[in-house]
Design a protein around this ligand. Sequence first.
Ligand code: AHR
Length: 326
Amino acid sequence: MNKKMVSLLTVSAMAISMMPLSVFAEEDLITVGYAQVGAESDWRTANTESFKSTFTEENGYKLIFDDAQQKQENQIKAIRSFIQQEVDYIVVAPVVETGWETVLQEAADAGIPVILSDRMMDLADDSLYTCWVGGNFTLEGETCGDWLAKYLEDNGRGEEEINIVTIQGTIGASAQIGRTEGFGNKLAEHENWKMLDMQSGEFTQAKGQEVMESFLKSYDDIDVVICENDNEAFGAIDAIKAAGKTCGPDGDIIVVSFDAVKAAFDSMIAGDLNATFECNPLHGPRVAEIIQKLEAGEEVEKIQYVDEAFFDTTMDLEAIQAERAY
Ligand code: AHR
């Protein structure tokens, strides 16, 4: 064997040994198309990773992943392309709740089951999707309101006039609708709480910062900012500091948010963020379990809520953070 052949064989052997060993033949793989919202937040990154690490060839799947860049028209295009490719299942995390009937009817006509994950769709005919799995956004908003009431009470501010602003998520997304509604339910119980303003930060850090900058210019007496996700809070905190104000448990402005990603723990440990209300992004294994049940001809529950907690600066945050997967 000449030198060239030996090195070619060595390279090939190395490449083969580095290839993941799949016990599934190509034709036995279950093909799943995932129409993802985008990459707007740490939460979304964790959610994407959960799907990519679950729906692998070693686990018996072929994943076709599409990032819609927060645009519904891109998600609709992705779903149509999944139908054309004759996938076995379509999974959608819908960017907004409305406007899905036509494309879901096309999936139904093609006989492809649609599983909703994370956010919901508002459909006249619920038979257009098989099931949904995600967080209870309204409950998250209510938990946030209850936490704020107790926090103010514990700090001797229960009767004080409290001025609140909200940086909302993407308008029309379940996470925005539910959190706004849930906190609103608690707001209605407190006559001394005043909602000064609500504007969308589109679930991003950059927009969260921009919206907070404009709130700080318009109102000089903000006591609380509700951020409908952690990344908006990171932007809001930057804006508060840039305006010469302070935030967190020892600051001028109370900052709360949703998701409970790792960076939110860093922010609480740094004394900037007061509390975060969990929204669990690890839906990959949950969707895989649903698909396995469907493959086995079993019934699945139509609506599947995930349990969620909250975290604030009174807790042992370092210890909790070390145990968390995202
Ligand atoms: O739908 C879940 C929400 O979407 C998360 O709270 C947010 O971070 C993401 O963009």
